[in-house]
Design a protein around this ligand. Structure first.
Ligand code: IPE
Ligand code: IPE
Ligand code: MG
Length: 246
């Protein structure tokens, strides 16, 4: 078993996943894209459970990008329905497992029904502290950075801060991820090797892991493979290998 080879003391603190390939998974099986998304939800359930079992405190999932609004209205509707349904059925599990739900992205762009369900789940789980599960919804990293720049510029204009005081910690405080640590491991499924406007600032030193497995097929064992691969890397943060291994 791969899990036996994992070093439990060297796990990432924050995993982010670009859950891609639902459509291709369905097409391969001659099914509708909707069924692909439905199966993708089962992978989400299994991965959340496993990340929790491994005591990894932060998991961030890319569920709907700002550019996904350009998909056919029918597919957008399906994804929104699935989101509402999942939030309703999974809430009990979030409570039971001490998971705090968090979102990043332009939540105000979502249909009111989705917004209400998201807000309710966030509120009910706000004091949970075993794991923070962040769902990226209507999220785009460039849009996020655009907002950060606007907010900071307006603070400079109002003399709340001075230009000289703008630094990385101020920028961090304006990001959607202000309460999250940097990403350690970024996983993308489905064979695509791109970031698709996800967490550009936050992945500066993340280890990137790409797998051909389509999201609905991505299960426990695939997560272990990603973690094992992560553990065999040396994170140097600009230093030399000798400096890291003193
Ligand atoms: C990921 O699967 C889910 C979302 C982007 C919402 P896709 O729907 O992108 O699946 P492919 O890439 O078409 O296979
Ligand atoms: C990225 O997947 C967004 C999510 C997984 C939610 P896409 O399928 O939208 O990305 P592209 O279009 O292939 O870059
Ligand atoms: Mg895709």
């Amino acid at each position: 078993m791969i899990i036996d080879n994992l070093d439990k003391s060297k796990l990432p603190n924050h995993i982010a996943i670009i859950m891609d390939g639902n459509g291709r998974w369905a097409a391969k099986k001659g099914l509708s894209r909707t069924l692909g998304h439905n199966s993708g939800v089962e992978s989400v359930q299994e991965i959340v459970e496993e990340v929790l079992n491994l005591n990894i405190p932060y998991l961030t999932l890319y569920a709907f990008s700002s550019d996904n609004w350009n998909r056919p209205p029918h597919e957008i509707g399906t994804l929104m329905d699935l989101l509402v349904e999942s939030l309703k059925t999974e809430l009990k599990k979030l409570i039971k497992n001490n998971i705090r739900l968090n979102t990043i992205g332009d939540i105000s762009a979502l249909p009111k029904l989705v917004q209400n369900e998201v807000k309710r789940a966030i509120d009910i789980t706000k004091n949970n502290n075993k794991m923070v599960l962040t769902i990226a919804l209507s999220y785009g990293a460039r849009e996020e950075l655009e907002n950060v720049i606007k907010e900071i510029a307006s603070e400079v204009k109002n003399n709340t801060i001075s230009l000289e005081n703008i630094d990385q910690s101020i920028i961090n405080k304006h990001l959607y991820t202000r309460n999250l640590p940097d990403v350690d491991l970024l996983i993308r499924t489905s064979g695509e090797q791109r970031i698709s406007n996800f967490l550009l600032w936050q992945i500066a030193y993340a280890e990137l892991y790409f797998t051909d497995v389509l999201w609905p097929d991505f299960r426990k064992k695939d997560l272990y493979s990603a973690l094992l691969n992560y553990q065999n890397r040396e994170r140097r943060f600009g230093k030399t290998s000798e400096q890291i291994n003193v």
